[in-house]
Design a protein around this ligand. Structure first.
Ligand code: PGA
Length: 249
């Protein structure tokens, strides 16, 4: 059985007090569902989030990291730094990183390798832009994003990889891919992994959907057979909404 995952990407939101308040609200909401829950606060609050969630089923994700081990990279954070405060999972390839910080497939491939070297779990994001979907290039775009960053990895590395398909046109826009569009793309992704590796591996990979997931639409999206959960932005900033989404499984 594939792992079901609901992860909250808090982006550049919440000061320290707000972060801890949100974590406490999440902790105070009981959850008996089957999904693994994760939250990604800002770098400045990761350490405190790890302490607050110690011995709790919600785990802590970083929103980014640098590919280098250490050195003269002002403003950057390394895998080793994250591991040293107990953060063992990282989001890589988010469309905002690709768009605003010019993270190319090659740069992401390097980050992926570093994260794997440090035995970190990766939530790897990718997805097409609106014009690419309109021009019917979305399958090609997704295939090249995945193959450029991930398809030279040995099969054994994939046990640390979670995929998150996030069509850029659906992120923060209120416009969601329909459950059918999500399923169509997720099935395509699973199939190209099968072609590149094998059926056993492709069936074992969790593929999350991200892009304007809300309590109102989570159920329909998560009910699709190849959708194994969600990466949630805006709706993850309210504990009740995030837990309602988690409960959609
Ligand atoms: P959104 O963001 O849920 O606010 O659309 C999703 C994401 O960026 O991961």
């Amino acid at each position: 059985m594939r792992k079901k995952i609901v992860a909250g990407n808090w982006k550049m939101n919440n000061n320290n007090v707000e972060t801890i308040t949100l974590i406490e609200a999440l902790k105070n909401t009981s959850y008996s569902g089957e999904a693994q829950l994760m939250v990604a606060p800002a770098f400045t609050h990761l350490s405190e989030a790890v302490s607050a969630l110690k011995d709790h089923h919600i785990s802590v994700l970083s929103q980014n990291m640098n590919a280098a081990e250490s050195g003269a990279y002002t403003g950057e954070i390394s895998a080793q730094m994250l591991k040293s405060i107990g953060v063992t999972s990282v989001i890589l390839g988010h469309s905002e990183r690709r768009a605003y910080y010019n993270e190319s497939d090659a740069a992401l491939a390097a980050k992926v390798k570093t994260a794997l070297k440090h035995e970190m779990q990766i939530v790897f994001c990718f997805g097409e832009e609106l014009n690419e979907r309109k021009e019917n290039k979305h399958f090609d775009v997704v295939k090249s994003q995945l193959s450029n960053a991930l398809f030279d990895l040995p099969a054994s590395d994939w046990s640390n990889i979670i995929l998150a398909y996030e069509p850029v046109w659906a992120i923060g826009t209120g416009e969601t891919a329909s459950p059918e569009q999500a399923q169509e793309m997720h099935a395509f992704i699973r199939n190209i992994i099968k072609e590149q590796y094998d059926a056993k591996l492709s069936e074992s990979i969790s593929i999350l959907y991200g892009g304007s997931v809300k309590p109102q639409n989570a159920d329909a999206i998560f009910s699709k057979p190849d959708v194994d959960g969600g990466l949630i932005g805006g709706a993850a900033l309210k504990a009740a909404d995030f837990m309602a989404i988690a409960n959609a499984f």
